[in-house]
Structure formats: structure tokens, C-alpha cells
Design a protein around this ligand. Structure first.
Ligand code: FMN
Length: 179
């Protein structure tokens, strides 16, 4: 199988990481692949906040869990939205057309780049629950989201403890053809 297709098919959401940081070179490759994502009208209207400070990652997770608890999405004691991964990238984008889709392209580019380097990743939408426990300007300041930008999604990275995660079953009958 061609390597790109294999990387796409074998990428899994990783939720258990080794306690070992990814290298700066690997991080920069992942960021570069994010920056080379396609964007509508080539606006590249995104911003990445790269977090490797463990205390900050833990604090962000705690605040998100507090937000989940506040709205009744109770999580078990010790739940960590980033699964204790050593690196988190928060993707935000300017509030304008297609920016969320652009951000999604970024996230997948990063996840695939990581997979190709032997690094696990998980896209973490749960980061948005931060906004349920603190005012938006405070959360945006914590996440270093620039003015006129809005949070889209986070993605966490680290070396996986298990390289053979089974793929969740894919739905059928989602494709029609007009030939
Ligand atoms: C926009 C988005 C948000 C997600 N948010 C979370 C999340 O908050 N926590 C989590 O563990 N997984 C999250 N995931 C991962 C999905 O659960 C995962 O992609 C799906 O179950 C399919 O599994 P796979 O990625 O291994 O193919 C998210 C995925 C996407 C695309």
C-alpha cells in the first residue's frame, strides 16, 4: 500500500501516552504540516498555540473538566481531557467564512504528520468546555487566542503506549455515486 494511504488508514485517536516529550524537530514538522493545510481563498486565517508546559496543560484540562461538571457532563475523578499528553496545540481562527473547515484541515494534516513520525495524537473538542466555567476573554487569554479569533479545536500529541489501536467501526452506506 502506498505510504500516505497507509498513514491515513492507520492513524487512530491515541488516548494513552508515554511520559516522554516529542522532540523539537518533530514538533516543528507537525506545525509546518499544519501551516501547509489548504484554506479557502488561501486565507491561512488560523493561529496555533503550542503548549508544552505540563502545569498549563493540566490547568487547562482541569478547567475544561470543571466546565463539563458544571453543565452535568460529569467525568470520573482524575479525567484529563488531553490524556496527560506532553504537547497540546490549540487551533483558533479568524471569525470569517470557512475558517472552521480550514482549522479542521490543519488538525488532520497535523494528526497525519504525527502518525508518519510515530507520534500519536487525539483531536480534543472537549477543550471548548472551558467556556462553561470562565468568561470568554479569560479563556482566550489563557489559551493565547488572538483578538478576532475563536477557538476551533485542540490536538494533543505524544508517543503512544500502544501502536496497534483497533479502528472504531466505520459506518456503511454513506456514499452515493452519480456516474
Ligand atoms: C472535531 C473532533 C473532536 C473530537 N473531540 C474529542 C475529544 O474531545 N476527546 C476524545 O477523546 N476524542 C475526540 N475526538 C476523536 C474521535 O473520538 C475519533 O476521531 C473517533 O472516535 C474515530 O476514531 P479514530 O480517530 O481512531 O479513527 C474528536 C474528533 C474530532 C474530529
Amino acid at each position: 500500500m502506498n505510504q500516505t494511504v497507509e498513514t491515513i488508514l492507520k492513524r487512530r485517536s491515541v488516548r494513552d501516552f508515554l511520559d516522554k516529550p516529542i522532540s523539537e524537530e518533530e514538533l516543528q514538522t507537525i506545525i509546518k504540516c499544519g501551516l501547509f493545510a489548504p484554506s479557502a481563498k488561501n486565507r491561512q486565517n488560523w493561529h496555533f498555540t503550542v503548549i508544552t508546559n505540563k502545569d498549563k496543560i493540566d490547568e487547562i484540562s482541569k478547567q475544561a473538566v470543571d466546565g463539563m461538571n458544571k453543565i452535568g457532563l460529569d467525568k470520573e475523578e482524575g479525567y484529563h481531557i488531553f490524556y496527560h499528553a506532553p504537547t497540546v496545540i490549540v487551533i483558533s481562527s479568524k471569525i470569517e467564512g470557512y475558517s472552521e473547515i480550514n482549522a479542521g484541515c490543519v488538525a488532520e494534516n497535523m494528526a497525519l504528520a504525527a502518525k508518519s513520525l510515530g507520534i500519536g495524537s487525539c483531536i480534543v473538542g472537549q477543550t471548548r468546555y472551558l467556556y462553561h466555567q470562565a468568561p470568554k476573554p479569560d479563556v482566550n487569554s489563557l489559551l493565547k487566542i488572538p483578538k478576532n479569533h475563536e477557538f476551533d479545536v485542540s490536538i494533543c500529541f505524544g508517543y503512544p503506549t500502544d501502536d496497534e489501536i483497533e479502528a472504531p467501526e466505520r459506518k456503511e452506506n454513506l456514499v452515493d455515486y452519480i456516474r
